[in-house]
Design a protein around this ligand. Structure first.
Ligand SMILES: Nc1ncnc2c1ncn2[C@@H]1O[C@H](COP(=O)(O)OP(=O)(O)O)[C@@H](O)[C@H]1O
Ligand SMILES: [Mg+2]
Length: 297
């Protein structure tokens, strides 16, 4: 064997996701443009930003549901297109309509390539095996055969993750998968996804309002605000200077006991929520935190 390519070059060639000069506009309104992003297999990238900044639209581009206005989007070895079985998708959580008697196991089965169904006994047995394995992977054996509407939010979300992973995708796209989950389930779902990318080299693009539950897992952050964006490690992006520039207002990022506290953006990322913009930045918060509270910078 020859010396081979440097690791960096190999990763670049085999990027799981590659956006080049990508832009998306609706009429006069440009959500983002000039976006260059390559995600390596197994990399965990968080997408942050206020409501309406175009996070969901970015996932829709990669799912082939929306066309870029400029540039190119490649994913899992080809141009973004609808129905790519190498992409797993956890859509933003919807409540299950009462009366829909879909069981957990049926939901997971929907994640398997539809057109292969009914091709014979061998395929049916294989499908059953995969569904069972995916259910076991998320620890849902005990409740997977119950109707979805009878489950807690955390149980439903674990099965949605199983559905997204049952086809063994190269890329996993998640849209606010922790929304409305309690802390224990936020951790459980995040760790399931993290384990998968480590064991299967699945690239993860994870849209979230709340970075703290996934902060220890994230390799890089794409932070979108009103047409502007920054890409880098959490330490590079989640700083007062960078967020102040993105939001065009004074924003403070504090580290408190390993958590990030963001003050002044006025959106849901903010510790003060929508009220944040009305308060002088940080004043309320710092009064509440004694010197010994672990605030580092
Ligand atoms: N198909 C569409 N046509 C026109 N505007 C759209 C369309 N899809 C999304 N938008 C607009 O683009 C903006 C960004 O939406 P979205 O990607 O859902 O943001 P986010 O997920 O960051 O909250 C919103 O203002 C939304 O109304
Ligand atoms: Mg969204």
């Amino acid at each position: 064997m020859g010396a081979g390519l440097p690791t960096e070059a190999v990763e670049r060639r085999c990027a799981a996701v590659k956006l080049a000069s990508a832009g998306l506009a609706f009429g006069e309104r440009t959500l983002w443009q000039g976006l260059n992003l390559e995600i390596a297999p197994g990399e965990f990238v968080a997408v942050l930003g206020p409501n309406g900044s175009g996070k969901t639209s970015l996932l829709k581009v990669l799912l082939g549901q929306l066309a870029l206005s400029s540039g190119t989007a490649d994913i899992a070895g080809g141009s973004a297109r609808a129905g790519n079985p190498d992409i797993g998708y956890v859509p933003q959580q919807k409540t299950i309509d009462a009366g829909v008697q879909l069981r957990g196991v049926d939901l997971v089965g929907l994640g398997i390539d539809g057109h292969r169904w009914g091709l014979g006994l061998r395929h049916r047995a294989e499908r059953k095996r995969k569904v069972r394995a995916a259910i076991a992977d998320v620890g849902a054996e005990k409740f997977a055969y119950a109707p979805l509407e009878s489950m807690s939010g955390g149980e439903q979300q674990r099965l949605r993750v199983a559905q997204a992973l049952v086809g063994d995708p190269k890329v996993l796209l998640c849209d606010e998968p922790l929304l409305s989950l309690d802390l224990a389930n936020q951790r459980l779902v995040s760790e399931l996804i993290d384990r998968r990318r480590r064991t299967h080299d699945t690239a993860v693009l994870f849209v979230t309002h709340e970075i703290n539950p996934i902060l220890p897992l994230v390799d890089r952050v794409l932070y979108l605000v009103d047409g502007k964006f920054r890409i880098g490690t959490p330490d590079e992006v989640m700083t007062s200077a960078v967020l102040s520039e993105l939001y065009q207002t004074e924003v403070d990022v504090l580290r408190v006991r390993g958590r990030l506290v963001v003050v002044g953006t006025g959106d849901a990322m903010d510790v003060l929520g929508a009220a944040g913009a009305q308060h002088p930045h940080g004043a309320m918060l710092s009064e509440e935190l004694p010197e010994s509270s672990g605030v580092r910078s």
